[in-house]
Design a protein around this ligand. Structure first.
Ligand SMILES: Nc1nc2c(ncn2[C@@H]2O[C@H](COP(=O)(O)OP(=O)(O)OP(=O)(O)O)[C@@H](O)[C@H]2O)c(=O)[nH]1
Ligand SMILES: [Mg+2]
Length: 346
């Protein structure tokens, strides 16, 4: 089944041009379309995708409280001061309203940067985002790329696979750890060790620094990565800026190196594949559970139940989907439906 490809109207195209020209309000508006999975965004994206790819995207993840936001602020300030580089920040906060305070905390802490037009900060929470946080983050980063930002910093707390994946969907991924934040075993469990291109041991002013750095080297040793390919381990004190300039240079150096070697293109291709798979997953899910009304079918079957096997019912739902269900009521296949699929697992 094919949905008619959405086409950008003149007005939508005008919005895109305003973003490209550096209009801050237009930028925020296009981001809102992206977050809401508005079909106008998909249409616009087809039109501007050819202009993307200039921004370097840096993912920053790690356990809660490691100092990610403070580092983002430090890096942004460093690049603003030394070369007037334009910066975009996407702060992803997947937490429920119960811990929504952290997001406000980020806003307050980053407030010095908020006043600088060379820094565009977008905070995103699960609420208000449709079709998955990972999808929306990639799209918001694309908007910042279109907006002409030189460097886009994407912060996610590394608590679950999907948050870690968001940071991985960048050109380079920093994993921020801190002494006293549990040990590297915890980080391994969260899937953080595999995604790191750079380890940042922040809070180097706190006790336990040497032990954590040693643990990191031990883990790298165990993974049998050739020495010249091991992710570097850098130490910082984000709260006073110590080591931040060195980290900034290391980031730029690694991105430049990868650009030259072709590794960056390969990485972007991988990221694009994951992104397409996520979109397909989301659309299939929507197709099955919303458009084809198979949820209703399932409820009816459950209501009449004796003892039913979940496997049997799953087969049945899929049979209906593959068979007659596919041609049922095509009019309900409305591309303007928001994609309300839960956070993607891919
Ligand atoms: N001692 C010390 N404290 C730091 C350092 N960097 C950050 N902090 C403090 O650690 C706390 C958490 O910092 P954040 O930057 O909010 O950490 P985060 O990783 O963004 O936290 P979440 O986004 O909530 O996961 C704040 O109180 C910071 O001031 C550091 O290098 N040394
Ligand atoms: Mg933070």
């Amino acid at each position: 089944m094919t949905e008619a490809a959405p086409v950008a109207t003149d007005r939508d195209a005008a919005l895109v041009e305003r973003v490209r020209a550096g209009d801050q309000r237009a930028c925020a508006r296009l981001m809102t379309w992206a977050e809401r999975n508005d079909p106008r965004y998909a249409a616009a994206h087809r039109a501007f995708v050819g202009s993307l790819g200039t921004a370097q995207r840096i993912g920053i993840t790690g356990p809660p409280g490691a100092g990610k936001s403070t580092l983002v602020e430090g890096l942004a300030e460093h690049w603003r001061k030394t070369e007037d580089r334009t910066i975009g920040v996407v702060a992803v906060d997947p937490t429920s309203p119960f811990t929504g305070g952290a997001l406000l905390g980020d806003r307050v802490r980053m407030s010095r940067l908020v006043l600088d037009p060379g820094v565009f900060i977008r905070s995103m929470a699960t609420r208000g985002v449709f079709g998955g946080l990972a999808r929306a983050t990639d799209d918001v980063a694309d908007v910042l790329d279109l907006y002409g930002r030189h460097t886009v910093l994407v912060e996610t707390v590394g608590v679950g696979q999907s948050e870690v994946d968001i940071a991985r969907s960048c050109d380079l991924t920093l994993v921020v750890l801190h002494p006293g934040g549990g040990d590297t075993i915890q980080a391994m469990k969260a899937g953080l060790m595999e995604v790191a291109d750079v380890y940042v041991v922040n809070k180097a002013d706190m006790p336990g620094l040497d032990r954590l750095v040693q643990e990191l080297y031990d883990v790298l040793e165990l993974r049998e990565i050739p020495e010249d390919q091991r992710p570097p381990v850098l130490t910082t004190v984000a709260s006073n800026g110590q080591g931040v300039a060195e980290l900034a240079d290391a980031i730029d150096g690694m991105v430049a190196e990868r650009r030259a070697s072709g590794a960056l293109d390969a990485r972007r291709e991988e990221n694009l594949e994951r992104r397409v798979r996520r979109l397909v997953d989301g659309r299939l899910r929507r197709d099955v559970w919303e458009t084809q009304r198979l949820a209703e079918h399932l409820h009816k079957r459950l209501a009449g139940s004796g003892t039913l096997s979940a496997y049997e019912l799953a087969d049945e739902v899929l049979d209906v989907y593959r068979g007659a269900g596919r041609d049922q009521d095509p009019s309900s296949n409305d591309p303007s439906l928001p994609d309300t699929s839960p956070e993607d697992s891919a």
